[in-house]
Design a protein around this ligand. Sequence first.
Ligand code: GLA
Length: 709
Amino acid sequence: MHHDSTVIHLRAGGTSVIVDLHDDGVPEILHWGADQGDLSPHELSDIARATRAQRVSGGLDRPARLTVLPQESTGWQGTPGLTGSRSGQVFSPALRATEVVHTPSSLSFDAVDETARLRVHGTLALDPAGVLSHSLTVTNTGDDDYDLVDLCVTLPLPAGATEILDTTGRHLRERSPQRHAFTLGRHQRDSRKGRPGADATLLLFVGTPGFGFERGLVHAVHLAFSGNQRVAAEKLVTGPAFLQAGELLAAGEIRLAPGASYSTPTVIASWGDGLTELSARIHTRLRARRVHPRSPRPVTLNTWEAVYFDHDLGRLTALAEAAARVGVERYVLDDGWFHGRRDDTAGLGDWRVDADVWPDGLSPLIDTVTGLGMQFGLWVEPEMVNPDSDLARAHPDWLLQAAGRLPVEGRQQQVLDLSHPDAYAYILEALDALLVEYPIGYLKWDHNRDLVDAGSTRTGTAAVHNNVVALYALLDELKARHPGLEIESCASGGARVDLGILDHTDRIWTSDCIDPIERLTIQKYTGLLVPYELMGAHISGPESHSTGRRHDLSMRAGVALFGHLGIEWDIAALSTTDEAELTGWIDLYKANRSLFHTGTSVHVDHPDPAVDIRGVVATDQGSAVFVFSQVATSAAYPVGPLRFPGLAADTRYRVSLVNREFTGIGNGQSPLDWAEQPVTLTGKYLATIGLQGPVLFPEHLAVFSITSV
Ligand code: GLA
């Protein structure tokens, strides 16, 4: 630990963060990005001087600096880092750092305002992958309440960052990318749905014009939190450009009593020369977590699109038998098994097996599933209540609401107030009882409505924050009571995808849309944050239930291949040929999942939007698997060479086609020369020049295996 240096250089994972402690001592980040090498104290102080801007006409006499806690009291005129008051008093804090301590890769500080009676503690840490994590805690040191309006994390952007990438979306189409110019002013994305939402941007990216996956300097932040939140990029006329992220608090939601504290969720910040490098840092960070799933991700069969609410033991048993035949390892019984749940209008909250549909309980099915060597998983939606349920009738005060008024319903349901101790205890015990009674290894934990008017009847105040805290505790408690239990975070598909929930669960359900064409985009942009092993990717039936489009099995399976693979299709009556083909894809997944789930995810910036090339390269660069999808027809015919980036430049690789039976070649083509007799090319050649791929019909794909020789 070092104290008192004025300019501090943090380094790790190819990243430098240079911090100036000046004036009020609150850290100002002068540089966050590429490693700057060893710098002497003299060089560091020159960097600080070189960064200082002149005073200009018409402005304040002392140009405000962009610190990690920008304050109006320093002359800052952009969005401040901390906003709140004591009934209107102390509206503008003037916090000064009292202590800064640091290691070679981390720094923490305390800043105090004796008049406002506030203390802020901040931590900044670079991990070995070069990801910066940052959080702030504010403590009320006064003797009356402090109403917190906003506490957010602020990180600087380089001057060349002029383009924003974020994602929006909706049910069945999460993570739609959009790009904008980063101009003077503020681009802000709010989530006000009690969950990040289908439209959430998982990361907010700002970079050099046209930055892509393969190149272009780009920085991004993510808030590791599952409730209301805000991320923004702002640029001031005076020069500073920055990212901000924090929880979006409702009026009065956080009132700090004397001595009480509030901490921001952790902000995860990464950068790269291209999105692939930026996201690889995040994936490496996640893979180093103690809680990261490391066992082979089991091939899953989920019953939802196969049977929906038709819970018939005979039908579900036949499905289990077919699943076992094709190599499924986990069988998940979806919605429809609990009391009164014959459709989606009733039952949520009554978490006991429906005696009419399941007269002998779930054991007859579970025994079949486990007897066939598969793990059994069960769907639950614990935070939700149908008004038509015993629970809602018995405890109307357990429902989130505002001013005695129930919120507008979503999917005929309301939301349980998990911050109510009795409601929390009821759900914990109901789920625990199921896990005690049955050998359930996996819960698909759903959350199927946006929250509005989400207040607690106990306090009369907004309760999203407290519900997220309670949810995390509940997930942890169940996992503690049932070691080995895995939990999936689902929320109408991918409406709750964040690194907060992923610290308490084992994968996310990426989208209710399994149409492979839609999934190409959804998975590409989800994958910027979430590595493949945490991303549920299922093979649907031939006709997509959400788009009505039809695809060959190769297209459906090839797009799902890299993720945590599953099946969402009634496979009980497949022909022998289809069953064999499906088994082949599952075998391919099993043979390569250790590569897919530890390797580096790469995407090609191909000029033709009809061409999608993506792959996973082993961390030792000894092998890779790539998938080329012909998304639509191309103007060019054939589409030209396919490049495969991410391999070792000087290593020689043999490329082979995996699905040699790839369908879709039209009439009139000659055989692909190298497919008949494999070629050996260097990593550099494959990355920069590439080779001709097979001519494919639109909405078909080819899989390539690449191995060093
Ligand atoms: C949500 C999920 C689906 C399915 C249904 C069940 O929509 O995203 O996968 O579980 O609920 O009602």
